[in-house]
Design a binder for this molecule. Structure first.
Ligand code: ATR
Length: 268
């Protein structure tokens, strides 16, 4: 019988996840289906329960339900605990298992696809919402020193406080960034979706620096800024999307898809 999976979000119509998982399934010859489901804003838990009743094996969770997913799991991975958010659910033996593959996805894209090693690098993470929280621990664990800048500095400080004592994660206001330089700047704000640019100073990028926008499918004002400012490599979040999907696929199916082939196909 065909095993069923889905991604739940709101809105969801533009999601590339069904396409990506379809390509993975074809490539690895898995008998599975994967669809996009829009849950009402107050109906996430009910949608998950419906999928379980109907025999689905698992699902992905996207905006705005990642925290609700985290809150309803019977078991959480350490990655999910660190992110306080869940993007991948596995329905097994009557239980809901939750993990988060966003951080590993970002790391795989940066280190394997873009060939940029994070150990000892100075990274600047823009934003302190769910997207930023989901990648902060993986960046830290990969050995980068991380500054977090956010318009609302208190939110950046709350994230940085989780690392008290470790000494390599600091909260900054945008004004405080003047004169600082980074090997890697990651835009985890939603500014690109409204065609806005966070208030960044000139001279932010070190030679050889990577600028990474977690938004995909468009040239954001942040990406244009990074090009003007001489960042060596400017990337959007499509690679992260494919890599986080591959990690989820691997957990569900126990087989690792070739992400490079899928990424090449999507970029065409
Ligand atoms: P997400 O889950 O995508 O992270 P979120 O939790 O709503 O969404 O967080 C959005 C983030 O983008 C926040 O860090 C927000 O900054 P504030 O906390 O100061 O509001 C940031 N953001 C959104 N638009 C921005 C802009 N134009 N410039 C700078 N930061 C922006």
């Amino acid at each position: 019988m065909t095993d069923r999976y889905a991604v739940i979000g709101n809105p969801i119509s533009h999601s590339k996840s069904p396409l990506i998982h379809g390509l993975f399934a074809e490539q690895t010859r898995q008998d599975m289906s994967y669809e996009a489901i829009e849950a009402p804003l107050d109906g996430f838990a009910a949608t998950v329960q419906r999928l379980r009743t109907e025999g689905y094996k698992g699902c992905n969770v996207t905006v705005p339900f990642k925290f609700e997913a985290y809150a309803m799991c019977d078991q959480l991975s350490s990655r999910a605990r660190e992110a306080k958010a869940v993007n991948t659910l596995i329905f097994r033996d009557g239980e809901i298992l939750g993990t988060n593959t966003d951080g590993v996805g970002l790391l795989a894209d940066i280190e394997n696809n873009l060939g940029f090693k994070l150990m000892w690098k100075d990274a600047l993470l823009l934003g302190a919402g769910g997207a930023a929280a989901g990648v902060l621990w993986p960046l830290f664990n990969a050995g980068a020193g991380v500054d977090i800048a956010n318009r609302t500095v208190d939110k950046a400080q709350a994230l940085a406080d989780e690392f008290k004592g470790a000494g390599t994660v600091y909260a900054r206001s945008y004004e405080e960034l003047a004169g600082r330089k980074y090997d890697l700047v990651i835009n985890a704000t939603s500014s690109g979706l409204s065609d806005e640019l966070p208030p960044l100073p000139d001279g932010l990028f070190k030679p050889g620096a990577l600028a990474y926008d977690m938004v995909y499918g468009r040239e954001t004002p942040f990406m244009a800024f990074a090009r003007r400012q001489g960042a060596a490599v400017v990337a959007d979040g499509l690679g992260m999307l494919v890599e986080q999907a591959a990690e989820a696929f691997c957990l569900w199916r126990d087989v690792r898809p070739d992400t490079r082939a899928v990424l090449d196909k999507l970029r065409k």
